[in-house]
Design a protein around this ligand. Sequence first.
Ligand code: AMP
Ligand code: ZN
Length: 112
Amino acid sequence: MTCIFCQILARELPGEIVYEDEFLAVIKDISPEAPVHLLIIPKRHFDSVNSLDEETSQIGGKMLLAAKKMAEAQGIQSGYKILINTGRDVGQDIRHLHMHLMGGWGRKPFRR
Ligand code: AMP
Ligand code: ZN
């Protein structure tokens, strides 16, 4: 099966890889919806969160920690959003588990 994210991580397709370790890679989203928009992608192929189980659940923690570290590295630790689209009903376009990390809008105005 060909999967665009598996191919990017294998360097068979171009992609801007900004971080990589044993378990996951982080790439820049090709069509950013925020000043900082990264995708945290496990190296092992899972279609979505629905493919995780007890044995593989630790990948979720690794992705979350990578998001925190990337937010620090990008200087957006004062505010960021994390999103995992899961399933066709919410328009998950790429069927390889990935976490969106978005931020960099600057401080929202203070409201009482
Ligand atoms: P999702 O709806 O969660 O599956 O989102 C897929 C995301 O992948 C979208 O934000 C796309 O802009 C992004 N994307 C699609 N193709 C590429 C690519 N070749 N390189 C980087 N990001 C991509
Ligand atoms: Zn894949």
